[in-house]
Design a binder for this molecule. Structure first.
Ligand SMILES: Nc1nc2c(c(=O)[nH]1)N[C@H]1C(S)=C(S)[C@@H](COP(=O)(O)O)O[C@H]1N2
Ligand SMILES: [Mo]
Length: 509
């Protein structure tokens, strides 16, 4: 009978075969597209199946590193299953083989289910599974001891370990080569570099010099493009070639239209400052950024298609299958709702939606800011639901008025006397009309607002706490919009955005 040591060898054989499967899969995916890579396909299926609470947990625990954590978790689970396949195969080949075939089939189906799947999407999983099966077969035959085999001897053991190591190493080389080539072949980067952004027909109003409050530790009013938060469900960034990009506008319209990249560029482009925010941003969080966008007003595009009178929603869809439900009214009421092509005067960064994304002032990104957008379906809230709505989030997501304290830092110590408290507030498309700060249970004090960059942008503020005496304190902030002060009622991000006062504990020394 096989002992514990032999079970370990069998598991090792399984892991090596698993690595070969992954390596061969990612090599074949070089031909069939990055989303057909079995690891990517299974990870994406997992992301799509993730309920709201788990997404929220992942985002709040790992922040924007959640994709890395997912990838690591996936590899760990896969290698554990591969080890199991090895152990089963050593007992009875058919059992182990069945597990490998089942895993390959699951990965193949996951790849075929991607919205951008080609006809050969399952090929990497199938070829990978076959390579894994052959490897497993060869290694199991070489197991130092298995039922009906001679007792282990040193030579046999060494030969097994060498074969296993060789298989594992080849598999790893496959993974590395596959990843390196696909990273180098990011087609959109070169297309992006060749683009010249046209002049706006309407330029943004000049930004007053004093939009930055000028307090050390408060972030910049304009978020640098390379620091802009990134949130999306894409495990590999979609590569969209502008020369073949089209936007199809259909559904409840008098005239279905298809817009090309050149037609978009030829339109009257509008430049606008808009603060984009994620519904998953916790109170005091940083899933928010302010930028200057350039794009074609969505109202112009919709006017050409002429929505019918009973339509009330536009379901935008990205090339990778993400969808957002935006009220038709928000796209046609005159606000700067854009089919954006540029951020800060440059073509959109690929991970921020190149070549074309939506930006709609006043609405959280999940209901408005579709990146890599290729379709607008004019419909009704009663008739269609979007990606996150199907996962427990609200169909509509107006941004809630919020504020945060950036200075002093949480749990910091400050010298007694004059203490400067400063930060940012936002009430997109309504405008911040005031900010107030409170120490412990004291009364609210009016902060000084920095210059106004427009109602669609966030606003910085500062307040000087005079004669602060040594002790432990808690600072609170609240912003007001024309409807009144923000609510202090504490709510989590699900289903339509967090509320409550941001607070910071400080020690005055
Ligand atoms: N294609 C696509 N677009 C998307 C998403 C997505 O998952 N896929 N996420 C949305 C969400 S939830 C937000 S908050 C914004 C974030 O845009 P950014 O990554 O450019 O900051 O993109 C939106 N557009
Ligand atoms: Mo979001």
């Amino acid at each position: 009978m096989a002992g514990r040591r032999d079970t370990g060898f069998a598991a090792l054989a399984g892991v090596a075969a698993g690595v070969v499967t992954i390596g061969v899969g990612s090599l074949v995916a070089l031909l069939t597209g990055p989303t057909s890579d079995p690891l990517v396909a299974v990870g994406s299926a997992f992301v799509d199946a993730t309920p709201a609470w788990l997404k929220d947990f992942a985002a709040s625990t790992f922040g924007t590193a959640d994709k890395v954590v997912l990838g690591i978790g996936e590899v760990v689970v896969l290698l554990a299953l591969a080890a199991l396949a090895g152990v089963l195969a050593a007992r009875r080949w058919a059992w182990g083989a069945t597990l490998v075939v089942a895993l390959g089939a699951a990965a193949g189906l996951a790849a075929m289910a991607r919205p951008d799947a080609g006809t050969l999407a399952a090929a990497p999983a199938i070829v990978g599974a076959v390579a894994g099966l052959l490897t497993l077969r060869a290694l199991v035959r070489r197991l130092p001891a298995a039922p009906g085999r001679p007792a282990p001897d040193g030579i046999r053991r060494r030969a097994f370990l060498q074969a296993t190591a060789a298989a594992g190493a080849l598999g790893l080389v496959g993974v590395a080569v596959g990843r390196a080539i696909s990273a180098g072949a990011r087609g959109a980067q070169s297309a992006r570099a060749a683009i010249r952004i046209p002049r706006p027909a309407t330029t943004a109003a000049p930004v007053p010099a004093g939009v930055d409050v000028g307090v050390d530790g408060v972030g910049p009013w304009q978020t640098p493009a390379d620091e802009f938060y990134r949130i999306d469900t894409a495990l590999v960034v979609p590569q969209v070639d502008p020369s073949t990009w089209t936007l199809r506008v259909y559904g409840m319209v008098e005239q279905e239209i298809t817009l090309t990249w050149d037609e978009l560029l030829a339109g009257d482009l509008v430049e606008a400052w808009v603060t984009l925010a994620c519904v998953s941003n916790p109170v005091g969080g940083d899933l928010i950024g302010n930028q200057k966008w350039l794009g074609l007003p969505l109202a112009d595009v919709l006017a050409r298609a002429r929505p019918t009178a009973d339509a009330d929603m536009v379901l935008s869809r990205s090339v990778d299958g993400f969808t957002a439900s935006t009220p038709l009214a928000a796209l046609t009421d005159g606000r700067d709702a854009l089919l954006a092509i540029a951020m800060d005067g440059e073509p959109l960064p690929v991970e921020h939606g190149f070549p074309v994304r939506m930006v709609v002032p006043g609405l959280y990104g999940y209901v408005s800011a579709t990146k890599w957008v290729t379709e607008l379906r004019v419909t009704r809230f009663a008739d269609a639901t979007a990606y996150w709505t199907d996962r427990g989030w609200s169909a509509e997501g107006p941004i809630k008025t919020q504020s945060r304290i950036e200075v002093p830092r949480p749990s910091s110590s400050v010298p007694a006397g004059s203490v400067v408290v400063a930060g940012t507030a936002w009430a997109q498309h309504r405008g911040v009309t005031g900010v107030q700060v409170r120490v412990d249970d004291g009364s609210w004090n009016d902060a000084t607002l920095a210059d106004d960059g427009g109602i669609d942008s966030w606003r910085q503020w500062s307040w000087t706490w005079d004669d602060a005496e040594p002790g432990e304190y808690q600072l609170f902030v609240r912003a007001s919009d024309p409807l009144g002060p923000q609510t202090g009622a504490v709510a989590g991000v699900i289903p339509d955005g967090a509320t409550g006062y941001d607070t910071v504990r400080v020690t005055v020394t």
